[in-house]
Design a protein around this ligand. Structure first.
Ligand SMILES: [Zn+2]
Length: 235
């Protein structure tokens, strides 16, 4: 088998869970005791914006108190040393990949530390509360919402993700249950387009069947092992 050049890595809740971040598993689940419909849909936000802002204010504050774990650090090392193409597509809204030092990261579900203006559609780095309706630094409107993709909204930068999947010869899925689309479909797309596919997850997932290889265990152990493997030239 030839050496891979172009890698797409998909990361999900499992990689952040080991840093102490709680996320929902899928639609219909609970997130910090809230129903996903109430805090992660446009309808929920329209119904009770205060509840939703309070919820994300708490998540935004919590994310600033946790640290990247060895899985994030290993991917940052891969990013620094991999000379081929690499894209780390994350479903996570925390900034732990970046804080570990990774640069080639795409947040398909948005970011907690960003605010999106519903009026002018500008995005602003944001680490404070949104509950008190601060003005948008761009247009002045008091229309800032969390810059996260809710159920029923289109994930970000899908064209760029598919462009990378088309060129990928290795697709690696880390800590994701394979239950939330469109990310759950990436493995099939990558395979059909000719990539080898590898899953690193705590347990076999709904999508395990689609992978060429599936390894079970903690991300903080499996990811450093895999990164070491791929960065070691084979003889
Ligand atoms: Zn604005």
């Amino acid at each position: 088998m030839s050496e891979p050049r172009n890698i797409v890595v998909l990361t999900g809740a499992g990689i952040s869970a080991e840093s102490g971040i709680d996320t929902f598993r899928d639609a219909g689940g609970l997130w910090e005791q809230h129903r996903v419909e109430d805090v992660a849909t446009p309808e929920g936000f329209a119904r009770d914006p205060e509840l939703v802002q309070r919820f994300y204010d708490a998540r935004r504050e919590a994310v600033q108190r946790v640290s990247p774990n060895p899985a994030h650090e290993a991917l940052a090392k891969l990013d620094a040393e991999w000379e081929g193409e690499l894209l780390i597509v994350t479903q996570n809204v925390d900034d732990l990949h970046e804080r570990a030092g990774a640069r080639r990261v795409l947040h398909m579900h948005g970011e907690l530390l960003s605010a999106l203006c519903a009026r002018c559609e500008a995005r602003h780095s944001w680490s404070e509360t949104l509950l008190d309706q601060p003005a948008c630094p761009g247009c002045g409107a008091q229309a800032l919402r969390p810059d996260v993709v809710w159920f029923g909204e289109m994930p970000y930068q899908m064209e760029r993700i598919y462009a990378h999947l088309r060129r990928a010869d290795l697709f690696v899925s880390i800590g994701t249950s394979g239950a939330v689309y469109p990310a759950a479909g990436f493995v099939r797309d990558a395979r059909e387009l000719g990539a080898r596919t590898l899953e690193l997850n705590l347990e076999r997932s709904e999508g395990s069947y689609w992978f060429n290889e599936s390894r079970q265990g903690r991300a903080s152990e499996l990811v450093p092992e895999w990164v070491k493997e791929i960065l070691t030239p084979s003889v």
